[in-house]
Design a protein around this ligand. Sequence first.
Ligand code: SF4
Ligand SMILES: [Zn+2]
Length: 288
Amino acid sequence: MSSENEFVKDFENKITDTIKEFDLISPKDKLLVAVSGGKDSTAVLYVLKKLGYKVEALTIDVIIGKYTEENLKNIQEFCKTQDIKLHTVSFREAYGAALCHIVDLIKSRGWNLQSCTVCGVLRRYLVNLYTRKLGATKVVTGHNLDDEAQAFMMNLLKNKQEMNARLGSAPGLIKDSKFVPRIKPLYLTSEKDVEKYSKIMNFPVKYGRCPCAVDAYRNYIRNMLNDLEKDYKNIKENIIDYLLKTLPDLKAKFKTDKKLNACKECKEPSRSEVCRTCQILAFVKKPS
Ligand code: SF4
Ligand SMILES: [Zn+2]
């Protein structure tokens, strides 16, 4: 077997093992993969289909000019060739405006939220809503081992223990019938390996970063871990190992039986009276 074929086999086996180890998918599950057109979500979608799971894909077009136009075209082409049903929802349809416009409006009113924060909140909201509407039982995301190690370090250095309790291959602390569970089958797979796999498989994806990715703190942590890894092998794997050992206690510590509120505005589940999405949208619509 060629070394490329061996790599592909190992890569796919690792995902199978991750699903088994964390009991991520049951035979009855109908999976909706949240795809962006990037390498991670495309790879996980491809492998799950290959492993025989029932999968459909959902992409949220946040509208960042050429970047998302190309990603959308790529994922449409990919799903067509793989015979996977793709659902598309755009920020303009759902919220009446593109991401950058929403962020500009928020900033002009003095609320200094970063693009990625706004994008993450508004996207997660739509993914959860549409997963329910489409009758899927789980949302699959393309988060990989590097993403998780970065998130852990970011929370650790900011002393946000509760945020780390929400990590894991099936994240979250609060169960609510309106919250569709999320799973991360690439949890133990490094970003480097996902990129290698995606290139070998010749997936139609772009490898650059999103032009709106200005989360300076995450960039700092990503670079720091990548630098450390040059001299200290397996540093990211060690972080995940450490996290997995402490996660049961952390989850127990922050577990709550408290029910979520129904957001006063949209009736979706929320920790506060008005959910983050409605808070952001109220800001956007506020008359100047
Ligand atoms: S990098 Fe940030 S702005 Fe760009 S798609 Fe991701 S979350 Fe959204
Ligand atoms: Zn709401």
